[in-house]
Design a protein around this ligand. Structure first.
Ligand SMILES: C[C@@H](c1ccc(Cl)cc1)n1cnc(-c2ccccc2)c1-c1c(C(=O)NCCN2CCN(C3CCCCC3)CC2)[nH]c2cc(Cl)ccc12
Length: 100
């Protein structure tokens, strides 16, 4: 889970609400809600990439998304799953934090 420690060190499990287009993309991957943990977002995105065969058959850590809504949402034509920092930066632009 994506834990954010507040000043009084009470851990708050931050959930996120995807912005509209990103939310419908997660629903295509089987999501049935509109508030997620980061871990759930990554799980559904992984499912989405596999279902739509967006990963490169030869280099399976490369995802080609230029012709897909994923590319529009992330703002890239392709990316590597071996660059999680780059990936998280693109994904968090499509999420807003929700305090539970
Ligand atoms: C560790 C994890 C990850 C998680 C977060 C980050 Cl920022 C990087 C990397 N990961 C490692 N490879 C993948 C992957 C690779 C190709 C196609 C689909 C997923 C993933 C991704 C998962 C996931 O939930 N992964 C479960 C186990 N994976 C093992 C690899 N499997 C691949 C086996 C070869 C064929 C393609 C799938 C899929 C299930 N969710 C993601 C969402 C995105 Cl936006 C990008 C990548 C992933």
């Amino acid at each position: 889970h994506f834990l954010v420690l507040q000043r009084d060190s009470l851990p708050v499990c931050v959930q996120v609400r995807p912005k509209v287009e990103f939310g419908s993309l997660l629903q295509h991957a089987g999501a049935t809600k509109d508030v997620f943990t980061i871990k759930e977002v990554m799980f559904y995105l992984g499912q989405y990439i596999i279902q739509r065969q967006l990963y490169d058959q030869n280099q399976q850590h490369i995802v080609h998304c230029a012709q897909d809504a994923l590319g529009r949402v992330l703002g890239v034509d392709s990316f590597s799953v071996k660059e999680p920092r780059v990936l998280f930066a693109m994904i968090t632009k499509n999420l807003e934090a929700v305090r539970n």
